[in-house]
Design a protein around this ligand. Structure first.
Ligand code: 6R9
Length: 654
């Protein structure tokens, strides 16, 4: 029998929830049975978390798959649900955002203040001629105005398209054009790595190519010089002077809320479209369930950028709909020193931290003495998102950040799914390091083989979703055909996520990375994740990326790039010895089939702005090709660093 995806890594550690947390958990084990009993009644109950001005007639219309309609006929306003109703309930003085700028400046914004700012921005957009259904592009640093801009769009029914503040003119103008945005909201610049980094020049160049843009609203953040054109308006001269009263009107549950572009691995970016009622229902529910949020006492911090879906769902819509108090930070984790994040956790007494494996592995590289210098006793729940978290990184996070007390929730989801789909529940699940465990109540995920048949426990294959879910993408903006082909054509009647996964002997799920990255070595399909996790399980390695490179004997051979931990010596023969040791370590851990042909010790890896490793570029290096598209690379100097490391690693070939 041919295997779809090999299952090599064994992991037997397991951590039950802390008793006290379990006793007071927002969601208990019964939710699984309840949702399994009546899937639609379960989601209808979650939708009751929100305030609707017109109740839905039907929970789900799935008569024309894959085009779903959730909460058909229902009406609500997203911004009202995130702001007004908390103020109306007497919580206007509760802090919504503790914001900290990179240079150390800070702002505290209550729910009442956030409502006022959002109302002013909504009035300004309306004065600029933006009406429901229009698109607004947002290109901002991590400042509170980013959340205000998104909420103001939601308030007036305009569809926002947030573009990462680090993206180039090409990426920005392509996205503005695809959505034919009418207004762009930006800033003079933002602070990164200790200095102001300009945004406005990129917008100026992009807008020159985009005839749809009528106005550009500019927040003054850094005070740096900016060129000024006839479309430009200062935020402080418009929004901050606008009428602070704005009455929110309701929109249909299926009214478009936002477009967010995903680059995928190769082709042109897809504008993933999310709508109103289902999106807010699932982000609100999952934020409450997965982080066990107690809005009166918790301080929540998601370190994502607003330009990533995680910033949409778990900085803006989920937390604010739940009335959370949260921290928002503008800058990089090592400015002015490598303990910056832990200093922030202590200063605001953060109790729930949601971050990405890339950050955890960077912290591993810098060493545990840095968090050890800070008081992290306020933390009670830790989350991870964005990539598979290697078991060793999970343990490091639990021990060095959670001090062994806090459950770690590894949350799997995508821009396309809109909200968390697979994750432990912190008061219920005995989590295993590296596993996202089970689909949340109300979600039905499965692992299937090439033919779309469920694999048995212990087997690997493709991750699929069998039932529609409220926060699912509705289409690819302007391209229904691409929506159908990309997500719904691989397996009949199932959503194909593009990820490999395995189900262990207990039925728990392990994500194995993108199926495009799977390596075919001597007839075995080997996931990049398992080999990377084996490398990271060696005490000398902080982070690793592996790719399959064409090989005359084995079809593909495993080529690994590894970042040593801070204290490890790699000069001369020490480096050579470490490489041999690592190759043997992988062979011992996973079996000889997974032994890398070649390992390069490198100082950095190419990553997207959300921290995902760009294996495509590493494949170019491993196969001696010139580099492909680098426009979504976080730091363009990284590839030079790797190519020079590459020469040092050459002698390893055997
Ligand atoms: C939220 C987000 C989606 C892709 C997804 C998968 C990877 C995200 C993961 C994970 C393993 C996790 N991914 N979370 N892989 N375990 N907990 O990241 O959205 O940027 O669209 O990326 O990220 O490959 O398919 P997005």
């Amino acid at each position: 029998m041919s295997e779809t995806l090999a299952n090599l890594l064994q992991e037997n550690r397991q951590f039950p929830p802390p008793e006290e947390l379990a006793r007071q958990a927002n969601v208990t084990a019964e939710a699984y049975d309840e949702a399994a009993g009546d899937h639609l009644a379960f989601w209808a109950k979650q939708a009751e978390r929100l305030e609707w001005t017109r109740k839905w007639d039907r929970v789900l219309d799935w008569s024309n798959p894959p085009f779903a309609k959730w909460f058909v006929g229902g009406q609500l306003n997203v911004a009202y649900n995130c702001l007004d109703r908390h103020v109306a309930a007497g919580n206007g003085d509760r802090v919504a955002i503790h914001w900290e700028g990179e240079p150390g400046d800070a702002r505290t914004i209550t729910y009442a203040e956030l409502l006022k700012a959002t109302s002013q921005a909504a009035n300004t957009l309306t004065e600029l001629g933006v009406v429901a259904g229009d698109r607004v592009a947002i290109y901002l640093p991590m400042i509170p105005e980013a959340a205000v801009a998104m909420l103001a769009c939601a308030r007036i029914g305009a569809t926002h398209s947030v573009v990462f503040g680090g993206f180039s003119v090409d990426a920005l103008s392509g996205r503005i054009q695809d959505a034919t945005a009418k207004v762009v909201i930006t800033a003079d610049g933002g602070y990164r790595r200790g200095k102001p980094s300009a945004l406005k020049p990129t917008v100026d160049e992009a807008v020159a190519r985009c005839p749809s843009v009528e106005k550009v609203l500019v927040v003054r953040r850094t005070g740096q010089e900016v060129a000024w054109g006839e479309k430009d308006l200062w935020w402080h001269e418009t929004v901050e002077k606008a009428n602070p009263e704005h009455e929110a009107r309701s929109f249909d549950a299926e009214h478009p809320l936002f477009i967010l572009y995903t680059s995928g691995t190769t082709a042109t970016p897809k504008g993933i479209l999310h709508t109103t009622g289902g999106f807010l229902t699932q982000t609100s529910y999952t934020h409450d369930a997965v982080f066990d949020l107690k809005p009166e006492s918790d301080v929540y911090w998601c370190t994502a950028d607003i330009g990533w879906v995680t910033g949409h769902s778990y900085i803006v819509y989920g937390p604010l709909s739940n009335g959370a108090t949260q921290v928002m930070y503008e800058g990089t984790p090592d400015t002015p020193h490598r303990g910056r994040l832990w200093e922030i956790v202590d200063r605001y007494r953060v109790s729930i931290l949601y971050t990405a494996p890339t950050l955890i592995r960077t912290m591993m590289k810098w060493g545990e003495q840095i968090p050890a210098e800070h008081d992290l006793s306020s933390l009670r729940v830790l989350g991870s998102v964005g990539e598979p978290i290697n078991p060793e990184a999970w343990i490091w996070y639990r021990e060095n950040i959670g001090r062994g007390r806090c459950p770690v929730v590894d949350t799997w989801w995508q821009t396309e799914t809109g909200a968390i789909m697979i994750s432990p529940l912190p008061g219920v699940t005995a989590a295993k390091p590296g596993s996202a465990m089970r689909p949340l109540p109300g979600i039905s995920a499965d692992v299937v083989d090439d033919q779309g048949r469920s694999v048995p426990n212990g087997g690997g294959g493709y991750l699929v979703l069998r039932e529609p879910w409220p926060s699912m993408l509705r289409t690819v903006w302007g391209n229904d055909q691409r929506f159908i082909e990309t997500y719904w054509s691989r397996f009949e009647g199932m959503y194909f996520a593009g990820d490999g996964a395995k189900r262990d002997d207990d039925g728990d799920l392990w994500l194995l990375g993108r199926v495009d990255d799977v390596m075919l070595v001597s007839g075995h399909n080997i996931s990049t994740t398992e080999v990377e996790s084996a490398l990271v399980s060696h005490p000398s390695v902080a982070e690793a990326a592996v790719v399959g490179a064409t090989d005359p004997t084995t079809g593909q051979a495993i080529v690994a790039f590894a970042i040593p931990r801070g204290s490890v010596r790699t000069e001369g023969t020490a480096g050579e010895e470490l490489i041999q040791e690592l190759r043997n370590h992988v062979a011992r851990t996973l079996g000889p089939i997974a032994k890398p042909r070649q390992i390069m010790l490198v100082p950095e890896l190419p990553k997207t702005r959300s921290g995902k490793i760009m294996r495509r570029l590493l494949r170019d290096v491993a196969e001696n090709r010139s580099l492909g598209d680098v426009t979504t690379l976080q730091d363009s100097t990284v590839m030079d660093l790797i190519s020079s490391g590459m020469k040092a690693g050459k002698s390893d070939e055997d």
